[in-house]
Design a protein around this ligand. Structure first.
Ligand SMILES: CC(C)(COP(=O)(O)OP(=O)(O)OC[C@H]1O[C@@H](n2cnc3c(N)ncnc32)[C@H](O)[C@@H]1OP(=O)(O)O)[C@@H](O)C(=O)NCCC(=O)NCCS
Length: 105
């Protein structure tokens, strides 16, 4: 399951039945999601997982995701969430009209 914003997409849920793991099913699913997000012009794909979930950490690292921050007690108990991100394209200039105050220039 994935949520799409204008710049960022968030991967909410990804699971493969235990009997079908390590056969490339999740890799194919995620490759398809990454291709869809890239086609949609999305800049980056974000997700959270339980920091102790070594299988998922290795899986996302193998798919080119980087680990960004640990969020303590994210799941209500003592466990931390690990945030991971994969950048899909370089940033574009924002449509921002803000200018620094005159005395800064
Ligand atoms: C994480 C999960 C989705 C991976 O699904 P999968 O179909 O088994 O993954 P793939 O077969 O496509 O694996 C692709 C690569 O990821 C890495 N990988 C996947 N599972 C791994 C594991 N248990 N240990 C080490 N590396 C692993 C490997 O590099 C693998 O390539 P290889 O098999 O050629 O070595 C699956 O383990 C799962 O459903 N876990 C429970 C739910 C979960 O934790 N979801 C993620 C949190 S949102």
């Amino acid at each position: 399951m994935m949520e799409f914003g204008d710049e960022r997409a968030h991967l909410v849920l990804m699971a493969v039945r235990p009997a079908h793991r390590r056969r490339g099913v999740a890799r194919r699913l995620l490759d398809w999601l990454l291709e869809s997000a890239t086609t949609a012009g999305i800049e980056s794909l974000h997700l959270e997982l339980r920091a102790g979930n070594q299988a998922a950490r290795r899986f996302y690292r193998a798919l080119g995701f980087g680990e960004t921050i640990l969020v303590p007690r994210y799941y209500g108990g003592t466990e931390s969430a690990l945030r991971m991100v994969r950048v899909l394209r370089p940033p574009l200039p924002a449509d921002v009209h803000w200018q620094p105050p005159a005395h800064w220039r």
